[in-house]
Every structure is written in C-alpha cells, then in structure tokens.
Design a protein around this ligand. Structure first.
Ligand code: GLN
Length: 292
C-alpha cells in the first residue's frame, strides 16, 4: 500500500487490527472497532456503513492516541470510559473494576430468587462492594419490585455507581453509600438478598495477573489478602445478621476458593447448605446459600 493512499475507515481498521494482533492483543478486531468508533464519536457497528469514508487528520490523531494507550496495556474500557454489562452501558473509571461477564451469574442468582417469591415484594437487596454499581443496577433494572443498597468502601467508586444508577434510570430504587462491608448498616435494615463480588485474589495470585489488570485496575478491588477469602469470611456473619429468614447470600469468587467458601458458610451455622454455580467456562464462580 502506498503511503499516499487515503486512510479510509476500512483501511484503518484492517491496518490497526493487524498491528494489535502482532502485539498479542486477544480480540484485535473488536478492540480496534471500539476505539475507532470512540474516536469518531459513533457506535462501533455504524463503522460498517462508513467503510469508504476518509477520516480527518484530527480524528486519526485521536485514534492514534487511543491505539498507543492500548498497546501500553491500558484496557479498552478505561480508554473509552465505558463497558457493557447485562446489556446495559456503564461508565467505568480507574477507580472501579471493569465489569466481567461472569458477574452476570451473580445477578441471575438474585433475580431468580426474586422471581420465585413475588409474594415477598418489595425485595430489599444489598450489593456489597458495588464498584461501578453493575450488580445493584442490573438487579434493579430487571426486578421492578426491588430496592437496592449499593455499598463500597471507595468514595470514588460510590460516586460512579451513583452516576450509573442515575443515567440508567434506577436512582429512585438504588441507594449508594460508602461503607466497610455491612459494618455501618443499621441492624434493623433487613435484606431479602445480599450479593457481593468482593476482592478475592490472594497476594501471590495478584503477582501472576496480566499487566492490563495488575497495572490498571484498582488493586483494592481485586486483592483480599494473603489467602483470598479474607473479605468473604468477614462478610458471612455480617450477612447472617442482616438477612431475613430464607434470604439469599450470593458470593462471586474464584474456582480456587469456592470449596473453602462453601465450608465457611457451613461453619457459620446460620445458613442452609450452600450451592455452587459454574460460569460459562465451567468454573465454580458463585457460592450461594439461604439464611435459615
Ligand atoms: N461489584 C463490582 C463488579 O462486580 C465491583 C467488584 C469489585 O470491585 N471487586 O464489577
């Protein structure tokens, strides 16, 4: 290709996807489309109707900056400040973990419990360690009978969760607050379900994480301590105290600690035997149990 050849959208996509591939980026084409859409101020999918269009120097300079950040391992979600979860569009910043598709199982566990008990409406739910608010907001969106308290110890994350609840139109039913697990919550506030995707990575596992995660996502949202179960272990008795009888505790975790968490729930003594939900990759991902 001659260098004088115009930089059409199609040519930029092809060239950059190839470059990303050489940089071992896992989904080169998808990521390039997201970044170019962002640089041009349009949806990724709209690029397909604009293949022949020549991009301006200004647009190309913007795009080049995003490409550079990605090659330096910055996740695309942080570059564009957005990530889709449960078919909803969330704002994310470096103060919040990037939503993972596995977390949809946590949302589904709570939604199933809500749908199975219409007679218990309104369903009051807590999302502990809410981050960008995805779990709380997806539950509120899909269960109109729910009210959700979204808690995080990071004030910056709580602010993002609050903004997401407002922009997704559920701020009337999603309240946000800064707090350390459930320790600051009024003991009289009883929940139908408590969902938590708490930090569960151990110190040594953290060292093994990919650069895109380790160097960019908030360490405090990932790492629990030397063994990984620290925060979950702290939450279990707190949850027992705040759940109604028959209420659901649903915890997201890594397959490495799933069996240990099942044992922790059993040894607490206040729950029915826990059950495990696997993610689409077949990994143990959620441990859930009902309050006796
Ligand atoms: N609940 C949020 C999520 O699932 C944040 C989780 C976290 O920061 N550990 O993305």
């Amino acid at each position: 290709m001659s260098t004088e050849e115009a930089w059409t959208i199609n040519r930029l996509l092809t060239w950059t996807a190839d470059y990303f591939k050489k940089q071992n980026i896992e989904q080169p084409r998808l990521e390039v489309e997201v970044l170019l859409g962002y640089a041009l101020g349009c949806e990724r999918i709209q690029l397909y109707t604009r293949f022949g269009e020549v991009v301006t120097d200004e647009q190309r300079a913007k795009f080049r900056e995003f490409v550079k950040q990605r090659v330096q391992s910055m996740p695309v979600a942080y570059i564009v400040g957005k990530k889709e979860f449960y078919s909803l569009n969330f704002t994310v910043t470096r103060d919040t973990l990037i939503p993972r598709p596995e977390t949809e199982h946590l949302v589904m566990a709570v939604l199933d419990a809500i749908k199975a008990t219409p007679e218990l409406a309104p369903h009051h739910v807590a999302d502990v360690g809410t981050g960008s608010g995805i779990v709380a907001i997806a539950i509120a969106k899909h269960a109109k009978s729910s009210t959700v308290l979204a808690i995080d110890k990071s004030p910056a994350a709580v602010e993002i969760a609050r903004q997401n609840a407002a922009s997704l139109g559920v701020d009337a039913r999603v309240k946000t607050c800064v707090g350390d697990l459930l320790s600051g919550i009024d003991p009289a506030e009883q929940f139908f379900a408590i969902a938590a995707n708490l930090p569960y990575v151990s110190d040594s596992e953290f060292e093994q994480l990919d650069k895109t995660v380790k160097d960019f996502e908030p360490t405090s949202a990932l790492v629990a301590g030397p063994i990984g179960t620290e925060l979950i272990a702290k939450l279990i008795p707190q949850a027992a105290a705040q759940l109604v009888s028959g209420g659901l505790l649903a915890l997201e975790l890594s397959p490495m600690i799933a069996d240990r968490v099942v044992d922790l729930v059993a040894s607490d003594g206040n729950f029915e035997p826990a059950y495990v939900i696997k993610d689409l990759a077949g990994h143990k991902r959620i441990v859930a149990a009902k309050r006796k």
